[in-house]
Design a protein. Structure first.
Length: 228
């Protein structure tokens, strides 16, 4: 099954934001979001992803999402204090975009490793075989869906808690997977051009294919175990 990210109608404007990024914005001492450190050096993922791309992607693009998220939350806190519902509603797109960008990239960095690649093992491998037939089938379907994303967005392997199965989904822009589909994000592939263009130009399929060489399946397995 392939899903596309669409808002879950049952959630409100404010609750449609990932719990992992929620803060006590009503408090004057609200802690700000910060850029997470990478678990490896900027050049560690070469030759799959160049140090130049990693430096720009992490220190510039991800940092911008963090900065803009903090600004949006400050404005949200002020609007809530004034009971300014119109402003609260107007801030929803900025919260979703920048919050999603922060959340998605925080997962993405952990999903990759200079010691990655190969094939999953254990419970993750069993789940992939059950739901996709084989690891190769999963790669084929996830790659095709991710390459086909129009414009900017993400391809995801997620976990459906209700159905207790793995599913593939695509999301436009920085839409966060769980808040928009209900799937728990396990493995994401960023196909915004800033993630690959300096190295792969407009050949997105080559970039997507290469990502599996540095996929951190141990991290994906840990996320699946937690989701279950």
């Amino acid at each position: 099954m392939l899903r596309q990210c669409t808002p879950l109608i049952r959630r409100s404007v404010t609750s449609n934001f990932p719990a992992t990024l929620s803060t006590t914005i009503s408090s004057s001492s609200r802690s700000k979001h910060t850029l997470p450190d990478l678990p490896y050096d900027y050049n560690a993922l070469e030759p799959v992803i160049s140090a130049e791309i990693m430096t720009l992607h992490h220190s510039k693009h991800h940092q911008t999402y963090v900065n803009n998220l903090n600004v949006a939350e400050e404005k949200l806190a002020e609007a809530k204090a004034k009971n300014d519902i119109s402003t609260v509603i107007a801030l929803a797109p900025a919260l979703k975009f920048n919050g999603g960008g922060h959340l998605n990239h925080s997962i993405f960095w952990q999903n990759l490793s200079p010691k990655g690649g190969g094939e999953p093992s254990g419970a993750l491998a069993d789940a992939i075989k059950r739901d996709f037939g084989s690891f190769e089938n999963l790669k084929t379907k996830l790659s095709a869906s991710t390459v086909a994303v129009q414009g900017s967005g993400w391809g995801w392997l997620g976990y459906n808690k209700a159905a207790k199965r793995l599913e593939i989904a695509t999301c436009a822009n920085q839409d966060p997977l769980e808040a928009t589909t209900g799937l728990v994000p396990l493995f994401g592939i960023d196909v915004w051009e800033h993630a690959y263009y300096l190295q792969y130009k407009n050949v997105r399929p080559d970039y997507v294919s290469a990502i599996y060489k540095i996929a951190n399946w141990d991290d994906v397995a840990a996320r699946l175990q937690k989701a279950q």
